[in-house]
Design a protein around this ligand. Structure first.
Ligand SMILES: [Ca+2]
Ligand SMILES: [Ca+2]
Ligand SMILES: [Ca+2]
Length: 226
């Protein structure tokens, strides 16, 4: 476990931020969360940011200064602030949609902490997705799935079982696993330990995970295990 924690501590979503301030803020948030159980998961995923720091980043995102973020502003800011995430449009799109809990098409300050965490979360998932998507057409066909299924923790031998797994993930049975479908599967399988709020309510157990265990590097661990 200790070894796990060390590895996790090495890369945080915002590694440059001051750890002391961060942990203080996180414990404050936890107290708040205790009284409002529905907020718990969101709080955990934003544990590595402190409010003043979030506000600073928010203001950079909010290019026109109207206090809310459009998708265009998010795209622009991601290119500037998180260039390593900028190419992953499907991941950005998914994070944007999932963070917009009020469903008004904009990310306000309350939703913003989650947006940052989700950007990293979906980026990690997208990295795995891209490994499977050999021809880079942003969908996984059965041939690609057959080659890469072990990367996502599937260990079946027969072609038949593999096909039924594929169909299970390909929920609209379109013959391809799309990134959205992949994300739903990944959340279900806990492919990355850091399950954001937009997944299913069945993920409630995630709240029990201590803050230090939350991280975005689970991907690598999953892969080495396999
Ligand atoms: Ca704005
Ligand atoms: Ca919103
Ligand atoms: Ca493909």
């Amino acid at each position: 476990m200790a070894e796990k924690l060390n590895k996790k501590a090495s890369i945080r979503t915002t590694g440059k931020l001051d750890r002391k301030v961060v942990s203080k803020t996180a414990s404050k948030l936890d107290k708040k969360a205790a009284s409002k159980t529905t907020q718990k998961k969101a709080v955990i995923t934003t544990n590595n940011l402190d409010k003043a720091q979030i506000k600073k980043i928010f203001d950079v995102f909010d290019y026109n200064g109207n206090g809310i973020l459009s998708l265009a502003e998010i795209d622009k800011a991601v290119i500037e602030l998180y260039p390593h995430l900028a190419k992953d449009k499907p991941a950005i799109m998914r994070a944007y949609k999932a963070a917009d809990t009020s469903k008004d098409g904009f990310i306000d300050f309350k939703e913003f902490g989650r947006l940052i965490d989700l950007l990293h979360y979906y980026n990690e998932l997208f990295k795995i997705f891209k490994k499977l998507d050999i021809d880079n057409d942003r969908r996984i066909d059965f041939g690609e799935f057959k080659k890469g299924h072990k990367l996502i923790g599937i260990n079946v031998v027969s072609n038949k079982e593999l096909k039924s797994k594929f169909n299970e993930i390909d929920t609209n049975l379109g013959g391809y696993i799309l990134f959205d479908e992949f994300c739903i599967y990944a959340a279900k399988m806990k492919l990355i330990s850091d399950i954001p709020q937009d997944t299913q309510d069945t993920q409630n157990n995630q709240e029990e995970i201590p803050q230090d265990v939350q991280n975005k590097q689970e991907v690598q661990e999953t892969q080495t295990k396999l």
